[in-house]
Design a binder for this molecule. Structure first.
Ligand SMILES: [Ca+2]
Length: 123
């Protein structure tokens, strides 16, 4: 990666302001058990393209200040469950256990347009 003076200035400003990446932490078992992963993304749609995570997630925790929308289908489509920090240790209480195929996080209270400028297909 090429660091320009503009990039360095932005990084310095972020460090001073205490800004850090925000996203969501999720696990394949309830109560944050099984395999867990943190995705430092918001404002984008994250799709679980592989079998490791698709229809496996049982606990899901947005970072403080974020609201995440969990979807039953890829590309942030299908049935949706909005979750705010601290999220849900047991998605069975929302009838969303082992059902999440994609998600997108936004700042809490902003709502969602249901469309995102950038689609991330991974995991
Ligand atoms: Ca599970």
């Amino acid at each position: 990666m090429l660091f320009t003076s503009k990039t360095l200035a932005a990084l310095a400003a972020a460090a001073v302001a205490g800004v850090r990446a925000q996203g969501a932490y999720y696990c394949t078992d309830i109560n944050w058990g099984g395999n867990c992963q943190y995705t430092p993304d918001y404002g984008v749609c994250v799709t679980f393209g592989g079998s490791d995570w698709n229809d496996q997630v049982s606990s899901f925790g947005p970072d403080q200040g974020l609201e995440c929308y969990l979807y039953t289908d890829w590309g942030c489509t299908g049935d949706v469950l909005p979750l705010e920090y601290p999220g849900a240790a047991d998605l069975r209480q929302y009838s969303f256990n082992d059902a999440v195929s994609s998600f997108a996080c936004e700042y809490a209270g902003q709502g969602t347009t249901g469309s995102y400028t950038k689609y991330v297909t991974e995991y």
